[in-house]
Ligand binder design. Structure first.
Ligand SMILES: *Cc1c(COP(=O)(O)O)cnc(C)c1O
Length: 376
């Protein structure tokens, strides 16, 4: 086959969800973030599994992702974090997808489209309290509440914000954002004349600031098993994805043997090289050349030389027994010899989110999930 495979462990996802649930108050809802194909884990299977575990809502970036989540979880709340246009409104109404408004002008446009469709569109409002990205400025919350209240096509249901930085300890910028959010929500609700569903926390805020749980939390990465190792955090989870590649050639080579483009690695001693069928075209970052390790038969073996488009070389050591056709683990492995996406991220100068969403396995398998056998 010569192509990489990802295995996604739905039983571990279920365990991660239970760990989260145990840390939250029973009345706090979970809006699981499944954008970017569930962070590269496969949105359909992930949403089905999470819905079977009792997750009541999912958040996505794009309309297409929202439709996929809706198909996988017919009864769940689906929140569209991206910016919907009036042309999307009939579909949003029909599929019960709740868009997040980023300004009043967008709200008016969606409201008008909903009126043309003869129904009121449920919406949440996104307040920018310091992220400096999408949303309307928190200082304009009252004004926005008054304006949106006058839109008969809108059914204002919720309000949210997003944290830029969570740095537990004195001077944590999240505390400033949280205080702004509280103040702005009060003003917005007063003008809108109703109590709104409030949600703010991503994984990191959730881990360190229970006070910001509000009505719902929006975790992503921690449910996929990353960024949740800090002992001070409220939840501990495990990675659910394993990524494997095939060894396509094994070579005995002498000392002084140059490996790969630019010969950036030269063997210091006689050794055995394994050539793996995986490269940057598969999402294994080129920056990992001469840096990362892979796990082969329970041993960590260093990547030797540059990562090329479809191949990487790893040093198996002089006494290797591996043969072509054996498997190498690019991400995963057992405790004694594991490679994690956050380790690769550090080596490549990025974050685990980018590693996970960047991998492009030819084959994906979802295992350990009862929910796959009874699609809703
Ligand atoms: C991606 C995203 C999240 C989830 O962030 P994690 O760090 O993965 O928990 C939450 N809210 C919004 C608005 C997002 O864009």
């Amino acid at each position: 086959m010569n192509r990489t495979t990802a295995e996604i462990r739905l039983d571990v996802l279920a365990a991660n969800l239970r760990a989260l649930r145990a840390a939250l108050a029973p009345e706090t809802a979970v809006l699981m973030v499944v954008k970017a194909d569930a962070y590269g884990h496969g949105a359909d299977a992930v949403v089905r599994c999470a819905a079977a575990e009792g997750v009541g809502g999912f958040a996505v970036a794009y309309v297409g992702e929202a439709l996929e989540a809706r198909a996988a979880a017919p009864g769940a709340e689906i929140l569209l974090l991206g910016v919907a246009g009036p042309e999307d409104v009939p579909l949003l109404l029909e599929r019960r997808i709740t868009p997040v408004l980023v300004d009043v002008e967008q709200g008016r446009a969606l409201g008008a489209a909903a009126q043309r469709a003869g129904r009121a569109l449920p919406v949440h409002v996104k307040l920018d309290t310091g992220m400096g990205r999408l949303g309307l400025d928190w200082t304009a919350a009252a004004e926005a509440g008054a304006a949106l209240r006058r839109e008969p096509g809108l059914d204002l249901r919720g309000v949210c914000t997003h944290f830029a930085t969570v740095r537990p300890g004195p001077g944590d910028p999240a505390l400033v954002q949280g205080a702004r959010f509280r103040e702005a929500v009060a003003a917005l609700e007063a003008q809108a004349g109703r109590r709104l569903v409030r949600h703010a926390s991503n994984s990191r805020a959730l881990l360190f600031h229970p006070a910001f749980d509000f009505d719902a939390v929006r975790p992503g990465i921690l449910l996929y098993g990353y960024e949740a190792r800090d002992p001070a955090g409220r939840v501990h989870t495990r990675p659910i994805l394993e990524w494997r590649a095939e060894i396509v050639q094994v070579r005995r080579v002498p000392a002084g043997f140059p490996v790969g483009y630019e010969s950036t690695h030269v063997t210091p001693a006689p050794t055995t090289l394994a050539i793996l069928a995986a490269g940057y075209a598969d999402g294994y970052p080129r920056a990992l050349g001469n840096r990362a390790a892979v796990v082969i038969r329970g041993r960590r073996c260093p990547v030797a030389g540059r990562v090329s488009m479809n191949w990487i070389a790893v040093d198996l050591g002089p006494d290797a027994k591996e043969r072509a056709g054996d498997e190498a683990v690019l991400i995963g492995g057992a405790d004694g010899a594991a490679v994690r996406a956050d380790e690769l991220a550090a080596q490549a100068g990025t974050i685990p989110y980018e590693i996970l969403t960047g991998i492009r396995p030819a084959h994906r398998r979802w295992t350990g999930g009862a929910s796959l056998r009874d699609p809703a």
